[in-house]
Design a protein around this ligand. Structure first.
Ligand SMILES: [Zn+2]
Ligand SMILES: [Zn+2]
Length: 294
């Protein structure tokens, strides 16, 4: 399984000199399974570069959306494969979001908000209605949970050939009021995964103002990684205001935290081009791909 990050920002794209290192594009992660199936988690602005790469092959594409907020769908009209005649693309819009959110990815291409209308696209785009049933029929295993996030949404655990990952973004681990998914259920979902990708948008200074906004503190995400004994943690969906220098500090602090807990967890800050080759019973091969010269 090969996991590559194309967009790592939350809320809105944040280009500029202070975000060059980790990147300013919004959420998009590519997971190439051993069977040649391409899972694409979210269609933020990062999906544009992935689309340029994908047009050189005709492998199946399966877009799994966490939810319909702009930062997770706004790159879709710029995803090259949707303009390829006959290209087969399946879109899983999820189930535990409100109905408007589910339609947002296609409705944004209405000929008014975007010059091309969805019905004029030459590719073969299928919207999957029965998401759980569809995912259950695949060669890989999926477990889905509902996000603690305004408007709802989906988190996924994917398993293939003894390797497992969890993609959980726009999730508040300790929300005010009754959670959709409890902390214990998150621990179960993430248990022992090779790679946990989790929303880590906030730091303690953001609270209490942003409690209830549907994102987690970095400290809570590290705790989840420890409690669920994951092998590697990638902190993801960075606040648009979080600079490269601040993320560098968070990287150092996180390494210290895991060391002081006698934990072997590998901790990473999500960055555009960061890539993990995951194989059962071996350490991941971690590299950084130059997305801009490929
Ligand atoms: Zn988001
Ligand atoms: Zn959101």
């Amino acid at each position: 399984m090969l996991v590559t990050f194309y967009g790592v920002r939350g809320s809105i794209a944040a280009p500029g000199p202070s975000t060059v290192k980790y990147g300013g594009n919004t959420s998009c992660v590519h997971v190439r399974l051993n069977t040649g199936i391409n899972l694409i988690f979210d269609a933020g602005t990062g999906i544009r570069k992935l689309g340029m790469k994908m047009r050189h092959n005709d492998e199946p594409l399966l877009l799994l959306l966490s939810h319909g907020h702009w930062d997770h769908i706004q790159g879709y009209p710029f995803f090259d494969p949707i303009y390829q005649p006959g290209r087969e693309i399946r879109v899983c819009q999820g189930v535990d979001s409100n109905e408007l959110a589910l339609k947002a990815i296609l409705d944004q291409m209405d000929g008014s908000n975007f010059p091309v209308a969805a019905e004029d696209l030459p590719s073969k785009i299928t919207t999957v209605q029965e998401v759980d049933e569809y995912l259950n029929q695949q060669s890989f295993r999926t477990i889905r949970k509902t996000l603690n996030h305004p408007g709802g949404g989906n988190a996924y655990r994917i398993e293939e050939d003894g390797v497992s990952i969890a993609y959980i973004t726009d999730n508040e681990l300790d929300p005010p009021g009754e959670p959709q998914t409890t902390y214990g259920e998150w621990v179960d979902l993430c248990q022992g995964v090779d790679l946990l990708i989790h929303d880590a948008q906030y730091i303690e200074n953001d609270m209490p103002a942003k409690h209830g906004w549907g994102h987690s503190l970095i400290s809570q995400v590290r705790q989840l990684a420890v409690d669920s004994q994951v092998k590697n943690l990638v902190m993801y969906h960075h606040d648009p205001e979080r600079s490269d220098a601040e993320l560098d500090e968070i990287a150092i602090e996180s390494a210290k935290y895991f060391k002081s807990n006698n934990s072997m967890i590998g901790s990473y800050i999500a960055a555009e081009g960061l890539s993990f080759e995951l194989t059962a019973r071996k350490d991941p091969k971690v590299s950084t791909i130059d997305l801009h010269n490929n």
